[in-house]
Design a protein around this ligand. Sequence first.
Ligand SMILES: Nc1ncnc2c1ncn2[C@@H]1O[C@H](COP(=O)(O)OP(=O)(O)OP(=O)(O)O)[C@@H](O)[C@H]1O
Ligand SMILES: [Mg+2]
Length: 530
Amino acid sequence: MTPQSLLAAMLPLVADLARQIPPSERYRRLLDAVRRLLPADAVALLRLDGDALVPLAVDGLAPDTLGRRFLVGQHPRLQALLQAQGPLRFAPDCGLPDPYDGLVEHVHGHLPVHDCMGCALRVQDRPWGLMTLDALALSRFDGVDMVALQSLADLAAATVAAAERMDDLALRAEDAQRRAEQYRRAAGSTPARRLVGRSAAHRALLREIALVGPSDLTVLVGGETGVGKELVVQALHAASPRAGRPLVSLNCAALPETLVESELFGHVRGAFSGAVAERQGKFELADGGTLFLDEVGELPLAVQAKLLRVLQNGQLQRLGSDREHRVDVRLVAATNRDLAAEVRAGRFRADLYHRLGAYPLQVPPLRERGRDVLLLAGAFLEEQRASLGLGNVRLDAEAQQALLAHAWPGNVRELEHVLARAALRALGRHAQRPRVLSVGAGDLGLAAPPQALAVAVAPMPALLPDATVPLRQRVQAFERQAIEQALAAHAGNWAAAARALAVDRANLVRLARRLGLAVPARNGRRAPTG
Ligand SMILES: Nc1ncnc2c1ncn2[C@@H]1O[C@H](COP(=O)(O)OP(=O)(O)OP(=O)(O)O)[C@@H](O)[C@H]1O
Ligand SMILES: [Mg+2]
């Protein structure tokens, strides 16, 4: 690298600083310049987010890298780079594991990284993140001038500072989310996952969250099973002025009809047999915050009427009490049912439907999110890596293709389960724990969908009604058959059948009950329903 080539590469970036271009494009140009100047096989720009480094842009690394979060405490090289006073190059015999082992693209097998260096970026005197450079050959970086690398890093810092200012709006939403996360952590619950994705459909969803989150509108979150409705609700709460107050959830499907009402509104002592003490309902617990009614389509009609009254006048009564409480609660509800159809079928009150759906928000199915599948896969594999205690877990090219080609009827939840199983299967093929675990297409087990598996285990005649029968009954017949087959394939184990069908166990039981199938009693036995 000569001073001239350095200047030639840096000048366009300096010019970019004053232009309005999307951050992703800005970062791409930066990495592009770095790769033209330095003989690296892979470069990455990572931003420090709490205790983790999040890749914002990568060049030469597997696409799923963008979905990963590298916990600094778990990656000693990244930690050393962050702490160094200037650029740092690791000695070839440095024993520290490399976070990118196996992730460098266009290499058959998984050659470990051999030459590696990087530089911390500081913005306004605070650590902002890292730029890392990796080469697969030893001594590749021998001729690199560290002063030039420092200049590049300074320019990179200016670039990210500019990008951040221009991305101010998005940052504010993220800030709110971080505050909410702190609140949740302080409250002792597990921190929420981030909503991973970059597709147009995903970005449109984020825009809607940023738009409606800060308002007090009641939001009805819809979408197929496993699309991430619960995470969306958390993001809505985090983006609201109520973020510092509790987000209280009630799963309407998981409770028997008699308990839903007392869960929502609370009860006084003696209100019903078993009500031995006075109890606050979820509405009161959520005062000042957000109440999340999950699976709201399952709410019994009688409770729907009471809920509507509370929403209309903001007053609620505990069961068995005649005293009225005033609560300040923002309501968010979710369902994977077509509530409009439920209204037409008389199972859901039209007035409540309109009240809940002040702002309907539809979460797109995974099959409409393109390459987000790979980002999500990266995020889930990073979790697997940590829980299995591995150096790294990567997807080979065929596995990536298989993930992109699958239709994902169970959406993100199905993807998460598929990858958890695949990592275990891939690990099972090794006698010794490998440093980089490679997941292949075969490990994913996507060729045989659960239903096909069930048919293979328990062959059953197809008894589906013919085309003269109304659609609804045909769908129900199909659902009944799919559930029976999954149960047969898993020896009547409801949890296993639910996993195979990629639905919540509680939802499966609820659906089975609606379809008139025998469902497990509370103590786990199978009991017929009336
Ligand atoms: N965009 C995303 N990024 C990261 N994880 C996600 C994303 N979307 C969903 N998930 C994960 O996928 C799983 C399913 O999501 P969630 O429980 O929110 O689905 P749901 O829409 O509520 O489904 P159901 O209707 O069956 O209740 C969860 O583990 C969630 O953390
Ligand atoms: Mg849910």
